[in-house]
Design a protein around this ligand. Sequence first.
Ligand code: MG
Length: 159
Amino acid sequence: MNRTNFKIGYGYDVHRLAKGRKLILGGVEIPHKVGLDGHSDADVLLHAVCDALLGAAGFEDIGHRFPNTDPKYKNISSLILLKETMKLLSLKKWKVGNIDCMLILEEPKIYKHIAQMKKNISAIIKTKEISIKATTSEGLGFVGQKKGCVCSAVALIYK
Ligand code: MG
């Protein structure tokens, strides 16, 4: 019987906001007074996407695959981590059906950058079925206090 195999995965990530860092989301550098802190470029959105894809395909999480103790990942573009993630999925013949991301940050507004983020991601995961949504935390908690940024993502893969 020729039956399509589906798996879903979930990813979640948090990064601190810090002065002197770039704000890079979905591979787009967004002009802002603070940026995301981390070992790589701290692209919280792509990290959540990588973890959703890795989880769906049954791989270990992003921290295991691309450790923040490894100098080769220092300041690396997370688009490269997404490419590496897709190489792993391809080894098992998985393709991406769709992804849906929810970014939670207080500022700045990112809607005008979403088209470019989708373009960056779709070039790597080979689907245009990408949703990127954003909301604020209404001033509550560490996101509301502008100390950090959260992103969660789900992914459907198939073969
Ligand atoms: Mg991260």
